[in-house]
Design a protein around this ligand. Structure first.
Ligand code: SAM
Length: 410
């Protein structure tokens, strides 16, 4: 006759007595979840592992240092039987049966009245996986299924929108430098739950292709801005969609607060009374050099790195950068948005004392399939950018770190 499947249930154990027999590895693995569930745990065992002992010392469980004795399970709601003594385990499960106490047995799943599922948690959900019958029990398979579900929920590949708890609003998500694997787990989950995504040109564009068809994807560069500035038009679009009760993700390249205008958007949303959450991202300023084999610091070579915007030339009155001071620094200089002006920037650095043979690397479209690295020096970089046709987006690294790795050109 086919065995009936187990009936899954969630036990609410707050303040309820749970008896654990045996203080070894099984108890060590199971106790944290029982403690987290608020159970009143009595451990009965002559010995315990150091971790279990620490739980008793911390007052998280009560430990009676002795073997199991008849009557231990009388007033328990639930029992975990895991001593190394099969005969004691059998006596204890017979007692559990008499008192109608559900019990798991580490040594004999067939003889148990309950099984522990493989469990995991993600964002307020507990995932519990059980095989349907004792003979089919395969702990590795259940753990693998649990891992796949939890991982999918965390990274957003398993889409399970929060229909009841999701609050409308905006998430400013740092998408990292471009490789879709370099977004954070939180960013990816929020993306998977979004109704509307307003995306920049930079960042993990490939992730947009994975979104379900009902998600509205808006290219930030294409938002018409009429009498507004482009940024104002983006802010307005965020506000409008959020006001319609939608869950909006503003997907940005790198980190939202590194030359990303994240705070301008956050302030506009705050003024409109719209809840906003900010998810950090991996900035291109560190990750793009790294992807091209350049560490921004290196022991004995550079004790600092400075990230600078090169979008206006050093002699432009709008520039907020103190280039003469930067020329005196001995560490690494990382320049974003500097391809157009790098010739002028290099001249200025040399004019203020930086050696003309200081190594420079330009890393174009870092972390994507089109990544390209071009090497030069301060003396040659202006010309190199022209002859090699280096195009934005590129991160420019200036300093001795450029040559510390095995690879100097690609
Ligand atoms: C407006 S800034 C935004 C920076 C972004 N918030 C960050 O943290 O990486 C854009 C500049 O970042 C750099 N950048 C961003 N992603 C890049 C990539 N994948 N490869 C090379 N440079 C990149 C370029 O210098 C580009 O011009």
């Amino acid at each position: 006759m086919a065995e009936n499947p187990a009936y899954p249930v969630g036990l609410r154990l707050t303040g309820r007595k749970v008896v654990v027999l045996g203080g070894g590895q099984v108890a060590q693995r199971r106790l944290p979840a029982l403690i987290a569930a608020g159970a009143d745990v009595l451990l009965v065992s002559p010995e315990a592992t150091p971790s279990v002992e620490a739980m008793a010392d911390a007052g998280e469980i009560t430990w009676q240092q002795r073997p199991y004795a008849e009557g231990d399970l009388a007033d328990a709601w639930y029992a975990l039987i895991a001593t190394g003594d099969t005969e004691a385990n059998t006596r204890a499960s017979a007692e559990a049966q008499r008192h109608r106490v559900w019990c798991v047995r580490s040594d004999d799943a067939d003889a148990a009245t309950a099984w522990t599922p493989a469990t995991g948690h993600s964002e307020g959900v507990t995932v519990a996986v059980l095989t349907t019958e004792a003979r089919g029990r395969d702990p590795r398979r259940t753990a693998a299924i649990r891992d796949a579900v939890v991982e999918g929920l965390r990274d957003g590949t398993l889409v399970a929108p929060h229909h009841r708890t999701r609050t409308p609003g905006v998430a400013l998500v740092g998408g990292g430098p471009g490789d879709p694997d370099l977004i954070t787990v939180r960013g990816r989950r929020l993306l998977a739950e979004a109704d509307v995504v307003i995306a920049d040109r930079l960042g993990p564009r490939d992730l947009l292709a994975e979104l379900p068809p009902h998600v509205e994807v808006i290219d930030a560069a294409k938002i018409p801005y009429g009498r507004f500035m482009a940024q104002e038009a983006i802010n307005n679009a965020l506000i409008e969609h959020a006001k319609q009760g939608k869950s909006v993700v503003r997907l940005k390249g790198g980190d939202p607060y590194v030359f990303g205008r994240g705070m301008e958007e956050l302030n506009a949303l705050a003024e409109a009374g719209i809840p906003c959450t900010v998810v950090p991202g991996i900035s291109s300023s560190i990750s793009v050099p790294g992807a091209a084999g350049i560490p921004v610091t290196h022991r004995g070579v550079a004790h600092e790195f400075t990230v600078v915007s090169g979008h206006v030339a050093p002699d432009d009155e709008r520039s907020l950068v103190d280039w003469p001071s930067l020329a005196r620094l001995t560490g690494t200089l990382v320049i974003l948005m500097g391809v157009d002006k790098i010739g002028k920037i290099a001249e200025t650095l040399v004019a203020h004392g930086k050696p003309a043979d200081t190594p420079v690397a330009l890393v174009q479209e870092g972390t994507t399939a089109a990544q390209r690295r071009v090497d030069a020096t301060l003396a040659t970089v202006g010309e190199t950018v022209r002859t090699q046709e280096v195009k934005p987006p590129a991160v420019i690294v200036i300093g001795a770190v450029v040559t510390v790795g095995p690879q100097t050109s690609a």
